[in-house]
Design a protein around this ligand. Structure first.
Ligand SMILES: *[C@@H]1O[C@H](CO)[C@@H](O)[C@H](O)[C@H]1NC(C)=O
Length: 427
């Protein structure tokens, strides 16, 4: 017992220290830097505290043109998605640009800079870094300030999303994560902010909603089902967009922009609204198939999103052997009122190719991004592919008996018919 608890404690300590290491390690990040129309390699040394930067200790590789020592007290840049294990091939994508702070051109954001006086604080070098983490786990855009003389670079504003790619079931709510952080020592802290959500799909953009945090006013609501958690927004900088009931038409790119006086940072997210298909086979149940006959079937997949959909037909015989029958001939898709799709596959089932006398189960499988659905019908094949001698003899026998029967019946009827007419004549 005591051994067990010691081991348990030790492993707990190990896990805790590991967690701590993970938390406290900020990356040295490769980054494309674009000073003037050219792309050069740069290396960003990131720490959460200015004191942690080892002065000039970092001996940068020869192919690095610029080195930046960046202090990010929010630790947004220290997320594990931005800090792959050493030697890993996959790396976060980082771009660094020089920027010029300026008042927003958006009318409803104008109150942020209504004094019309640029503070002295703006007289510095300004950069914006946009970083996409590994496996679409997070994206962050930060605005960085460097006082003219020094090589100290401080993160002033960060906008982060932890849901770079969101999948939501049709009709269910979706949360598009976006949060921002402002350096508390900056004069812009507490000077107001605005949040803007925009939607883009195939080159068309529209406003989803705009919120002016300074006057606490919601404007430009382009999407009635969209809202923010205002309490969490003011308290924690949680600017996440809440969609209460997703529709297929809401699939696309969403851009979360946070405006501070003179500064702007934004991140982009993808929303995919998905719905698995409803699948049915026609005719159902299948008629009995006489061997040698072929049968035309179709499978209908309805109400799914998004395209594409993959059909496959599968035959499972009575012994459980599975035989793929291909995708059939697939129709074009149709679009419903709710923007979901429908599609049909036709299959010509040649029962001569099936095993004699055996049935089984015929399934139609429809696979989409929203899920895979299948439906099955029982298949019964009767008879033989070619009649045997005995069968032929039996058939001739049956035919003869039938012939005789018909003859007999018709003779009987015509006989009684004659009697009828005789009676009429007598009358
Ligand atoms: C942001 O607000 C939404 C809605 O209330 C909530 O679901 C989410 O957990 C919040 N995110 C953070 C990081 O607090």
């Amino acid at each position: 017992m005591t051994h067990f608890s010691t081991i348990y404690k030790l492993s707990l300590v190990a896990v805790l220290s590991l967690v701590q290491v993970c938390h406290s390690s900020c990356p040295v990040m490769e980054c494309w830097y674009m000073p003037v129309k050219a792309q050069v390699n740069s290396l960003l040394f990131i720490k959460t505290d200015e004191q942690q930067h080892e002065p000039r200790a970092a001996n940068a590789p020869s192919d690095v043109d610029h080195v930046f020592f960046i202090t990010d007290p929010s630790a947004s840049l220290c997320h594990r998605a931005l800090n792959p294990p050493e030697g890993s091939i996959k790396k976060p994508h980082c771009e660094l640009n020089q920027i010029q702070p300026q008042p927003s051109s958006l009318l409803w954001v104008a109150p942020l800079t209504d004094s019309a006086q640029s503070p002295l604080y703006l007289e510095a070098q300004w950069f914006a870094a946009t970083i996409h983490g590994l496996d679409k786990e997070m994206s962050v855009t930060t605005v960085i300030r460097a006082p003219e003389a020094g090589d100290r670079h401080n993160v002033i504003l960060s906008v982060t999303t932890k849901t770079v790619s969101v999948m939501a079931r049709l009709g269910e709510p979706a949360l598009l994560d976006c949060s921002f952080w402002v350096d508390p020592s900056s004069p812009f802290h507490g000077a107001g902010f605005s949040v803007e959500w925009r939607y883009q799909f195939r080159g068309n953009g529209r406003m989803v909603l705009g919120y002016d945090g300074k006057t606490d006013r919601l404007s430009n609501i382009g999407d009635k089902s969209a809202t923010l958690d205002f309490e969490s927004l003011h308290r924690n900088g949680n600017a996440s967009l809440i969609l209460t009931e997703t529709k297929v038409k809401q699939s696309g790119t969403y851009i979360c922009s946070v405006h501070m006086p003179y500064l702007l940072a934004q991140v982009a997210l993808e929303l995919e609204v998905v719905e698995p298909p409803s699948v049915s086979i026609f005719p159902s149940p299948l008629p009995l198939i006489v061997s040698g006959q072929s049968l035309a079937l179709h499978c209908e997949a309805t109400g799914f999103a998004p395209l594409p959909l993959d059909f496959s037909w599968v035959l499972t015989d009575s012994e459980g052997n599975v035989r793929p029958l291909g995708s059939g001939s697939v129709s074009g898709h149709r679009e419903g009122n709710d923007a979901t799709f429908s599609q049909t596959s036709r299959l010509k089932l040649d029962s001569a190719a099936l095993e004699q006398g055996k049935g089984g189960e015929l399934s139609c499988v429809a696979a989409t991004l929203g899920g895979t659905r299948r439906t099955s019908v029982a298949l019964n094949v009767i008879g033989f592919s070619t009649p045997s001698i005995e069968d032929s003899m039996a058939m001739v026998g049956v035919a003869l008996v039938l012939y005789g029967l018909i003859k007999f019946v018709s003779w009987t009827f015509s006989g009684s018919g004659d009697d009828d007419t005789d009676e009429k004549k007598k009358n």
